[in-house]
Design a protein around this ligand. Structure first.
Ligand code: HEM
Ligand code: HEM
Length: 283
């Protein structure tokens, strides 16, 4: 892998920032707020930020870069798809529980639902995320979708995945700001009490975490090498796994296919070129 040291340094920083964010959210709710409970009290609301930051931000972020970990490149693509899909499913479940917590809390306290921009954008992100998850399973995991559909959907999958992730970070920042404005009364948010400083730091960490994930997921030279795709392109057309019949290369007649039959340097460079054209070489 090119720039292996830089990749490892970025990965370590990303994990550190991600863990710190989860820990700060716990410090926030346990030290400054009412802790966690499920009884219609503010403790129930507190599940909302904790589960969102743990699941929808941290776990989703890791799910996005899991294909990029070089030590997983020797694992089968199918296994990596299960890991990617599994982590995204866990993120989805935690996001849903966190939404149930806030709706339940609002209903218990007779607070209106869905009035804020935060809640509108948040619910939209959750709906698109479930659609992404459903289409991901249906098209890339189950063996029924034809190659041309996989090829057509992959750039959309990557684009919408990254856009949803960025939207989730933005929604979390809105939610944090709202909560601080609502909750801090005496002293007020504008007086910069320690809670406000801690939670502002949490917001900064979320932005750093999001930027690191987006950076790592958008470097063409750090993507999983197209070894399996190359096998698929061989004239025999044998597929090592049912679900591996996928490559943007298959619809390109002018590619020198002899370059693509192994994980050779020319093959990698050719794939990077396709990536830059907005297409995915490995699906
Ligand atoms: C409310 C979604 C992150 C704070 C809501 C509601 C939704 C939602 C749909 C409306 C609930 C209702 O109307 O009963 C999300 C999503 C998030 C996210 C998808 C992920 C990015 C956060 C975070 C905080 C937060 C990190 C920080 C504390 C709040 C607050 C409310 C709320 C204070 C109640 C006021 C309102 O309805 O806007 N959230 N939220 N949210 N959320 Fe979030
Ligand atoms: C790639 C997001 C669910 C299959 C990606 C990428 C993102 C992403 C951002 C680009 C990663 C990279 O370039 O390294 C998401 C999100 C999901 C989701 C947010 C859930 C809501 C799924 C599911 C599957 C799937 C359920 C089914 C197996 C794939 C495949 C790739 C991919 C095959 C290509 C990896 C590569 O280029 O080597 N996904 N995904 N995704 N995703 Fe998903």
């Amino acid at each position: 892998m090119e720039d292996y040291g830089r990749f490892l340094a970025l990965l370590a920083s990303t994990l550190l920032v991600g863990f710190l964010s989860v820990i700060l959210s716990l410090v926030w709710v346990f030290h400054y707020r009412e802790g966690l409970s499920w009884d219609g009290s503010p403790g129930e609301f507190n599940w909302h930020p904790v589960l969102i930051i743990t699941g929808f931000v941290f776990i989703q972020g890791i799910a996005i870069i899991v294909y990029r970990l070089p030590w997983t490149w020797k694992c089968s693509k199918l296994l990596m798809k299960f890991i990617h899909a599994g982590l995204n499913t866990i993120a989805m479940i935690l996001a849903i529980v966190s939404m149930v917590a806030v709706f339940d809390f609002h209903n218990a306290k007779n607070i209106p639902n869905m009035y804020s921009l935060h809640s509108w954008i948040g619910l939209t992100a959750v709906i698109f995320y479930s659609l992404q998850l459903f289409l991901g399973f249906a098209v890339f995991l189950l063996p029924f979708a034809p190659v041309h559909l996989r090829v057509a959907l992959m750039p959309i999958h990557v684009y919408s995945g990254l856009t949803i992730f960025a939207t989730v970070i933005a929604t979390a920042l809105m939610g944090i700001t709202e909560k601080l404005i609502f909750a801090l009364k005496n002293p007020a948010y504008s007086a910069s009490p320690p809670e406000a400083t801690l939670v502002n730091c949490l917001g900064l960490l979320l932005v750093i975490f999001g930027s690191l994930i987006l950076w790592m997921a958008s470097r063409p030279h750090w993507k999983r090498p197209p070894a399996e795709n190359a096998k698929i392109l061989s004239p025999i057309g044998a597929t090592p796994e049912g679900t591996e019949v996928e490559s943007t290369m298959t619809n390109s007649s002018n590619v020198d296919k002899s370059d693509l039959r192994g994980n050779t340097e020319p093959a990698r460079k050719q794939n990077i070129k396709f990536d830059e054209a907005g297409q995915r070489s490995t699906m």
